[in-house]
Design a protein around this ligand. Structure first.
Ligand code: NAD
Length: 436
């Protein structure tokens, strides 16, 4: 099948690479020339395990190409995926200007029947909007269908998630258009849900909002555990074993960040409001999430005392492990609060330091290793649970620190082990370890 994917970001590039790998002819389009030029040179604009190999293989085999020429790419394709960004506006409402701009271009360019697939996360009703924008920009009436095919990949395991999704959601207004996508996805042999367009659009937001709610729920339980002397990791285990609940996304920590959960939850609250429903439950999810970094910094202040004279080693900057994505990363909140209180921050992240530079205060010093960050520091603050940190040589870390104090924002280490190693150790929803 001839496919065009508009927007060569996390979703577009991974989708394009996987469809090419399945034997389709794919052209990936982006309006940022630098991105397309570097992709043509075999350089990935994002860090994603397995992506580079897949892209290079398919480019070499002639199935995957990159361009900034949207009209040419649309003309040569039967199916056009829209995978551009849908950032939030100040009000929480989703900014659909990129989607609308692409729809207008598609309308102007369309020369024969095509299936237009919305893969961007968009509020319910956007499929209709895309149909209307395309129709308005056509020079003469040409038939087309709009399909909603929301994406559920996670950054850090995007290739794996795209090859083996839990389900593929296809929302279409007629069977012919839906079958085009069924055909495209058939080689993956994964469960598919074929439904109407608005339901598909809602499935995406409802799923993300539910997962965000699970995270905020366990974080609220962590707050109770801290006061009650209970251990949230035990509580999580006990809850997660219940098949009706499940253990996924029941990890107490600094809360959710990234390019999806925060904006998608806000967007659903906004959409609900537009329909006259005050989604109080989700508003509480947002509030609980927002409070997390402040709570951690408060503990740091209490334990360390005035931060003006303190050096703090921050481990992990990306919004989650296995990605260099810094969008809505909790490190931004925590580091700004620490530096605003006068602390000297030395930070280390395996891959996100470069992206972090523009988002963190200029005074942050970037270290080449966790041990360099911790050298003579008064405390370590762990923000992102990279595997590298789970398997850190804690004896070595202890040896370089000025004071053996660790604040673990993701419950990466076992309190008992930290006690044996002689650390003063604070984590989330568990009793602190304070050496006698
Ligand atoms: P991104 O910002 O990484 O990439 C979007 C790309 O679209 C950018 O490269 C941008 O230059 C390009 N673009 C914007 N307007 C364009 C235009 N008019 N013509 C051509 N290119 C244009 O975004 P992303 O993370 O890939 O997300 C894309 C969509 O998928 C969003 O709606 C997002 O919510 C959703 N989504 C993202 C993830 C994720 O983990 N990142 C997961 C599921 C769904």
């Amino acid at each position: 099948m001839n496919i065009c994917v508009v927007g060569t970001g996390y979703v577009g590039l991974v989708t394009g690479a996987v469809f090419a790998d399945l034997g389709n002819d794919v052209v990936c389009v982006d309006k940022v020339r630098g991105k397309i030029d570097s992709l043509k040179a075999g350089k990935m604009p994002i860090y994603e395990p397995g992506l580079e190999e897949m892209v290079v293989r398919n480019v070499d085999d002639g199935r995957l190409t990159f361009t900034t020429d949207l009209p040419a790419a649309v003309r040569q394709s039967d199916v056009v995926f829209i995978a551009v960004g849908t950032p939030p506006r100040e009000s929480g409402e989703t900014d659909l200007s990129h989607v609308e701009a692409v729809a207008a271009e598609i309308g102007k360019t369309m020369d024969r029947y095509k299936v237009i697939v919305n893969k961007s996360t968009v509020p319910v009703g956007t499929g209709e909007l895309v149909r209307e924008v395309i129709t308005r920009h056509q020079a003469r009436p040409i038939e087309f269908d709009v399909v909603s095919n929301p994406e559920f990949l996670r950054e850090g395991s995007a290739i794996e998630d795209t090859l083996r999704p839990d389900r593929i959601v296809i929302g279409a207004s007629n069977q012919g258009a839906a079958m085009k996508l069924v055909e495209l996805y058939a080689p993956l042999e994964r469960p598919m849900i074929i439904t109407d367009l608005p339901s598909a659009e809602v499935i995406k937001y409802a799923s993300n909002a539910f997962l965000a709610a699970k995270i905020s729920f366990i974080n609220a339980i962590a707050n109770v555990c801290e006061s009650a002397g209970a251990d949230v990791t035990q509580v999580m285990k006990g809850m997660g074993m219940d098949g009706r609940i499940g253990g996924a996304f029941l990890q107490a920590g600094l809360g959710y960040g990234g390019s999806c959960f925060p904006k998608d939850v806000d967007s659903l609250i906004h959409t609900a409001g537009r329909f006259g429903y005050d989604f109080k439950l989700l508003k509480a999810v947002v509030d609980i999430n927002r409070e997390r970094s402040g709570r951690l910094v408060e503990v740091i202040r209490k334990v360390l005392g005035p931060l003006e004279v303190m050096t703090v080693a921050v481990l992990g900057l990306a919004f989650k492990p296995n990605t260099d994505d810094m969008r809505e990363a909790k490190s931004i909140d925590v580091v700004h609060q620490l530096t605003a209180a006068g602390a000297t921050v030395r930070a280390y992240d395996p891959v996100a330091a470069e992206n972090a530079r523009t988002l963190l205060p200029d005074c942050v010093v970037y270290a080449a290793s966790p041990y360099e960050a911790a050298q003579d520091a008064d405390a370590v603050v762990l923000i992102t649970e990279w595997n590298e940190f789970k398997y850190l040589n804690l004896e070595r870390l202890r040896g370089v620190l000025r004071r053996r104090i660790i604040f673990d924002g993701r419950n990466v280490w076992e309190p008992e082990r930290m006690r044996r190693l002689g650390f003063e150790y604070y984590s989330i929803g568990r009793k602190p370890v304070v050496p006698a």
